[in-house]
Design a binder for this molecule. Structure first.
Ligand SMILES: [Ca+2]
Length: 246
């Protein structure tokens, strides 16, 4: 079953899903566009929740339409006990940075410089984190962004029972959105694993997930080809030749 088929099955009243297109080859034939000219909050809510997570890898293809006014939140996991259980966003701080937060409070977020990230171009991002050391690394197109490794949220865990939202930051479970913390761009092939993959594995993610039938590097917590989402407020779906170009 494809990503879009799952989306259709999961539709409920009020959900906007447009441009339903059958993927031509593999799941990556579908990309999601988040644009909000009318100050709406386009977003995808994942059906279900995450298990308890003590280490993880999150990987996705993203094209940022702009990289100045907004902070471009890609991933937000809000738990009833903490709306910032996990948040991933992009921000310019002299150079582009990838930001990660795991729980609210001091020492629980950090910025990793990733100077080669640019707007209006498809780029592959991977983040890893482990509670044992708190070590957090960021990768661009399969290679570490810089030699900067940050340490956050050592000893903490992502608690089960929260809600994953793609494209907007939650300040309460399923709500509390602010336009300036939403993704203005496109997203595809997002995967999440319950372990911190090593550099060699990460180096082949950008191409391995394009291969239909090759499940080795499809996320076991979130798999773009299998996980179900509900779409809200102006998310649109489009075919992409991203994989076919590689
Ligand atoms: Ca928040």
């Amino acid at each position: 079953m494809t990503f879009l088929q799952l989306l259709v099955l999961s539709c409920v009243s009020g959900v906007l899903v447009s441009s339903m297109t059958t993927p031509r080859k593999g799941h990556l034939a579908t990309k999601v566009r988040f644009s909000h000219p009318d100050s709406s909050i386009p977003r995808l809510n994942m059906i279900g929740t995450l298990p308890t997570v003590r280490e993880m890898t999150l990987a996705f293809w993203v094209k940022l339409h702009q990289f100045d006014e907004y902070s471009n939140t890609v991933f937000s996991y809000a738990h009833p006990s903490d709306d910032n259980e996990l948040a991933i966003w992009f921000e310019i701080k002299e150079v582009p940075h990838i930001a990660i937060q795991i729980h609210s409070g001091e020492g629980h977020h950090g910025y990793i410089p990733c100077p080669k990230i640019v707007a209006r171009q498809w780029q592959h991002i991977t983040l890893t984190w482990s509670t044992q050391s708190g070590t957090t690394n960021a990768y661009l197109n399969g290679h570490q962004c810089t030699n900067t490794t940050i340490t956050i949220s050592r000893g903490l865990e992502l608690r089960s029972g929260g809600l994953v939202v793609l494209g907007a930051d939650q300040d309460s479970v399923g709500g509390g959105f602010v336009v300036k913390e939403t993704l203005e761009g496109e997203l595809t092939d997002l995967h999440m694993w319950d372990e911190a993959l090593d550099e060699e594995q990460i180096s082949i993610i950008p191409s391995s997930t394009c291969t239909e039938g090759d499940l080795e590097f499809h996320g076991n917590l979130i798999d773009w080809s299998r996980s179900a989402f509900r779409a809200f407020d102006g998310v649109s779906f489009h075919p992409t030749t991203l994989c076919l170009r590689q």
